[in-house]
Design a protein around this ligand. Structure first.
Ligand SMILES: NC(=O)c1ccc[n+]([C@@H]2O[C@H](COP(=O)([O-])OP(=O)(O)OC[C@H]3O[C@@H](n4cnc5c(N)ncnc54)[C@H](OP(=O)(O)O)[C@@H]3O)[C@@H](O)[C@H]2O)c1
Length: 242
């Protein structure tokens, strides 16, 4: 039986992936930082729970020490906070987002690489935010751009060790993370769609999985614009929003 470990399995995309892989007959190791929340979210579904805060490297190592090897590890957990007032740049908020999304993921990579079977796969959930600099995304965008580099480099360095690597870049997905947003989210999809796109991409062995196609195509085209032109367009979008 195939075995998958998923971080951030207590809500949103991670929860949907845990449910869907369990329904497909995989053994699922569902990770979260709050045992009760994790149990409540996954009640009735047969999973192995694993509890840690990804900011704590030692806690992760202890939590996963006895884990059986996995065919697939999906590092999905993350957080989003925006820089609301650029003139009073909140460096503590910036550090918090980098600590969870980038350093936290690196902590998971360190603890979990030894638990990936030879021939297995490591997948990391980044974001489509890193296609373009977007307003108020100084912290979130930097954390995800950092993840993109980390994952693409791991793909080079883990290949000789027979571990494949996938970078996952979702557009807007309806989850607790985006339910806090107060702006339009073009092309938003639900967690069913996201889970299907991710599982299909991973099953095909894709090194990059970006979705939904329409939004990603627009972002790709915009990312080819000269930076100055994109800056003026982005500023106009900010003025329209406010
Ligand atoms: N939703 C979108 O539109 C979207 C788009 C692109 C990328 N993403 C990325 O997709 C991933 C999943 O997000 P989601 O939208 O499904 O959001 P979500 O429902 O808020 O889920 C986030 C998960 O990460 C966990 N988490 C957060 N901080 C953690 C920490 N310090 N240690 C351990 N676990 C932690 C949360 O645990 P708790 O339940 O304990 O808080 C939760 O299980 C994130 O990396 C996010 O950046 C989301």
């Amino acid at each position: 039986m195939k075995r998958v470990l998923i971080t951030g399995a207590s809500s949103g995309m991670g929860l949907q992936l845990a449910k869907d892989y369990a329904a497909e007959g995989w053994q699922v190791v569902a990770c979260g930082r709050d045992h009760e929340k994790l149990q409540l979210a996954l009640s009735g579904i047969s999973v192995e729970a694993c509890v840690f805060d990804m900011q704590d490297a030692d806690e992760i190592k202890q939590a996963v020490a006895q884990l059986a090897p996995c065919d697939l590890v999906i590092l999905n957990a993350g957080n989003c906070e925006y820089i609301e007032d650029v003139l009073n740049f909140d460096a503590a908020r910036f550090a918090r987002v980098i600590n969870v999304n980038l350093i936290g993921t690196a902590n998971c990579v360190a603890a979990l690489i030894p638990h990936i079977k030879s021939g297995g796969r490591l997948a990391v959930v980044s974001s489509s935010v890193s296609f373009l600099p977007l307003t108020r995304s100084e912290a979130y965008g930097a954390s995800k751009a950092g993840l993109d580099y980390l994952v693409r480099t791991l793909a080079i360095d883990l290949a000789p060790h027979n571990i494949a690597v996938s970078l996952i870049r979702p557009g807007f997905v309806d989850t607790p993370l985006t339910q806090k947003n107060d702006f339009a989210m073009p092309g938003q999809v639900n967690t069913d769609y996201a889970s299907r796109a991710i599982r299909r991409g991973l099953a095909k062995g894709q090194s990059e999985i970006s979705f939904p196609f329409g939004l990603i195509t627009v972002l790709r085209l915009l990312s080819w614009l000269p930076q100055g032109l994109w800056r003026r367009l982005a500023q106009r979008m900010v003025r329209t929003e406010s």
